[in-house]
Design a protein around this ligand. Structure first.
Ligand code: SF4
Length: 741
């Protein structure tokens, strides 16, 4: 009876109450909307995905709003279904349909031509968050390298590398992905600049909730009280970009109160005395002033780090976009180690080991990869070109000309500061090809646009920390869309580099499991899921020699120690200690100003993917969050239109007055500014007011989360869209895209 009612509700939700349930096929699948790999049940009628529900699996079963809306996204009228070739002037979306062969041949022809005229380095590729599917990112990240170009760029230029590679490698010699906060065995969970509810692997949220049920307290350190912070035991609202000062104050407290293990410090760390004397200047009072946090709250936070408690710290991208983003993250690793919470039960546990000393990537000095001269450590540790170098190469031939761009599943125009400059870059290119699911803003300058599949339309695999699951195709590709991997493989074949990449979906899986054939056989024969063997659980592995691949005790760093003072940073000319830089340092008078943080993650989008999808718009208008105290001073009420200004310009948003953001701070969403947007969204490109020259000197990341700004109420009812109906303009462009063949 209950089952029948469920079926009835389900049929009604499809708008087809009389549909016989036997027509609905329920397929166990991995969600195809983002790379987080939630397990779902896909409901399919006659080969069409009609609905998605969460899989009942207690650990991996999950469904967010983006996942639930999959049918709308997959079959959106804006989906690119057929290869398109430019048929009108640059700057307009004027295309005609083409065959795959014609489009791919043209790309190869143009790339060959550019290589012949300027050299292979005149070609660059950019892979955005849309390419993070496991099979694709494992084998196709450097698609131009076999063709001779060092300029394969990816979204690591703006996410992940700072906090997961640069900061941990320069501190303990281990990448962040090998570290797991041991929520299950801790007394306090400290979420710092991360919101697992909105962005992250869903089983992390379940683990946190389970740990809380067993008694762990939850502390959230963030300018915004969002997600899990709503029910936290302690919310520490700090001003954006000041995390390093707070971390140093906590280090100071741990040292002053002798909460650290002297034997650990003497035997296993480098630079303790220097760190102690630097951190001594960050008293709770001084840090309170810098961070806008009551010193008493800092002391409460510190008590979670006392020797009689255990703290599992989790920190991520919230810290990356500050003037000292890498160093701020290093300060947190240092805090974890100093307070006795590194590689212990209930602390920040190193789950994957052993580790060789990290590799430093080298390049041909005659042709440096883009950005490698300006951000040398980024290249040395990440082994990738940096997007910061692309505009100058295209616009000023500096350090050499770049003339061709392959853009895959990403939008620098939406994701990076200074969108007007990006338009100039696209305008200046000789040739640009785009592979995506939807037409990005860049398409107005593209020469070829190729339709990519969602993950529901491909075969692949998904790796979890301790599991692997085959990704089975749920539906046939929409229109003529193809798996991005196979498109890249086809381009590589035409460029004479086909042997460098898997040529079919089956080959991708075979390559991925080349050294685990037995596992692959088991998965293929069974339900498609297998457990991965985990390294034996051991704590304090630096003592026993299990952390380093040479079997020696210590850390896999140049000194063999946990480096409060980093040998590598010093060698590359940076501060060896986790030195804090204040985001307001260059502002003369900031008394009446606010700190702007931007781009908090939402469940509606995945990084820059789906940013302009109307189906996923969580707010009708772009919302500026502002604290009631700051709003009252400025006479701003909920729903008012407000102007957000920086040295670079102004955008208009709708005010949301909320106690969920700390006093002195405002938050604006990113992702506006596309021709597909409506109303205020259309001009609210927050990256247009972010200075592009403000960057973390180590990672090169733009300072998008700590910008001095001014906010005031907009009194006029002026037409903020210049009287243009974005729907009409886009519709006209689209008509052009399909009438010529
Ligand atoms: S987070 Fe949402 S969109 Fe991503 S895999 Fe999970 S359900 Fe799908």
């Amino acid at each position: 009876m209950i089952a029948e009612k469920c079926h009835h509700d389900f049929r009604r939700s499809l708008g087809r109450p009389n549909l016989k349930s036997e027509y609905v096929k329920e397929i166990s699948a991995i969600c195809g909307m983002c790379p987080h790999g939630c397990w779902v049940r896909a409901h399919v009628i006659e080969g069409e995905l009609v609905a998605v529900s969460a899989d009942p699996d207690p650990r991996f079963g999950n469904l967010c709003e983006r996942g639930r809306l999959a049918p709308k996204i997959v079959y959106s009228p804006d989906r690119i279904r057929i290869p398109l070739v430019r048929s009108g002037p640059k700057g307009k979306i004027h295309f005609r349909e083409a065959t795959w062969d014609e489009a791919l041949d043209r790309i190869a022809e143009q790339f060959m031509d550019i290589r012949n005229r300027y050299g292979a380095h005149a070609l660059a590729s950019y892979m955005g968050a849309g390419t993070l599917e496991d099979g694709l990112s494992a084998f196709f990240k450097k698609v131009l390298e076999p063709f001779g170009s060092p300029n394969d760029i990816d979204c690591g230029s703006v996410c992940y590398v700072s906090s997961r590679i640069l900061a941990p490698l320069t501190t303990l010699g281990i990448e962040g992905d090998a570290l797991t906060p041991d929520f299950e065995n801790t007394g306090s969970i400290i979420l710092w600049g991360t919101n697992p509810l909105k962005d992250g692997i869903p089983d992390k949220v379940k683990r946190i909730r389970e740990a809380r049920r067993k008694g762990a307290s939850l502390i959230c350190v963030d300018p915004r009280r969002n997600g899990l912070a709503h029910n936290a035991d302690l919310w520490v609202p700090l001003l954006p970009g000041t995390d390093g000062a707070l971390a140093l104050a906590l280090i100071n407290i741990v040292i002053q109160r002798k909460w650290f293990d002297r034997r650990f410090v003497d035997r296993w760390t480098l630079g303790f005395d220097e760190l102690a004397s630097y951190a001594a200047t960050f008293t709770p009072e001084k840090a309170g002033e810098i961070c806008g946090v009551d010193p008493a709250l800092i002391l409460r936070l510190a008590s979670a780090l006392s020797p009689d408690s255990r703290a599992a710290m989790d920190f991520y991208s919230g810290l990356e976009y500050a003037p000292s983003g890498v160093q701020n993250t290093r300060a947190l690793f240092s805090l974890a180690a100093l307070s006795g919470n590194l590689d212990v039960e209930g602390g920040l546990y190193i789950h994957a080991y052993p580790h060789a000393l990290f590799r430093e990537y080298e390049y041909n000095p005659a042709i440096p990869p883009l950005g490698a001269l300006e951000f040398p450590l980024f290249y040395a540790l990440a082994g990738r070109a940096h997007i910061s170098g692309l505009p100058d190469a295209v616009l000023h031939d500096d350090p050499y000309p770049v003339r061709g761009l392959l853009l895959v599943g990403g939008s620098p125009y939406l994701s990076y500061p200074d969108p007007e400059r990006w338009k100039q870059v696209y305008d200046q290119l000789n040739f640009m090809a785009v592979i995506d699911r939807f037409i990005p803003e860049e398409a107005a300058w593209a020469d070829i646009i190729l339709p990519a599949t969602t993950y529901y339309e491909i075969e692949s695999y998904h790796l979890y920390r301790d599991h692997v699951r085959m990704r089975s195709k749920v539906i046939e590709p929409v229109g003529e869309a193809r798996n991005d991997s196979m498109v890249l493989s086809a381009i590589a074949r035409r460029l004479g580099c086909g042997s460098s990449f898997p040529g079919s979906e089956e080959e991708i899986v075979d390559h991925a499991f080349a050294d685990r054939r037995q596992l692959l056989r088991i998965m293929k024969a069974g339900p498609g899921v297998a457990r991965l063997p985990l390294a034996e659980r051991r704590t304090r592995k630096y003592e026993s020699g299990h952390l380093r691949s040479d079997g020696k005790p210590g850390f896999p760093t140049p000194s063999g120690k946990f480096e409060f003072a980093s040998v590598l940073l010093e060698r590359y000319g940076y501060d060896a200690l986790p030195v804090y830089t204040d985001p307001r340092a260059s502002t003369v008078n900031h008394d009446s100003m606010l700190m702007l943080t931007t781009g908090a993650r939402t469940r509606g989008r995945f990084n820059s993917q789906y940013l302009d999808r109307q189906e996923l718009a969580l707010n009708r208008e772009p919302v500026l969050e502002i604290n009631p105290i700051d709003a009252e001073i400025r006479g701003i009420k909920n729903g008012d239109r407000v102007s957000l200004r920086t040295d670079l310009g102004e955008i208009v948003l709708e005010a949301r007055v909320t106690t969920g953001i700390c006093h002195g701070t405002v938050h604006a969403p990113f992702g506006g500014g596309s021709r597909r947007h409506h109303g205020l969204w259309r001009k609210a490109h927050v990256n247009s007011v972010i200075p592009s020259h403000m960057r973390d000197p180590i990672s090169g990341y733009p300072v998008v989360k700590a910008v001095v700004c001014n906010v005031s109420k907009v009194d006029t009812d002026a037409d903020l869209c210049d009287g243009v109906s974005p729907c009409v303009e886009y519709a006209e462009d689209s008509v052009n895209s399909t009438t010529e063949r």
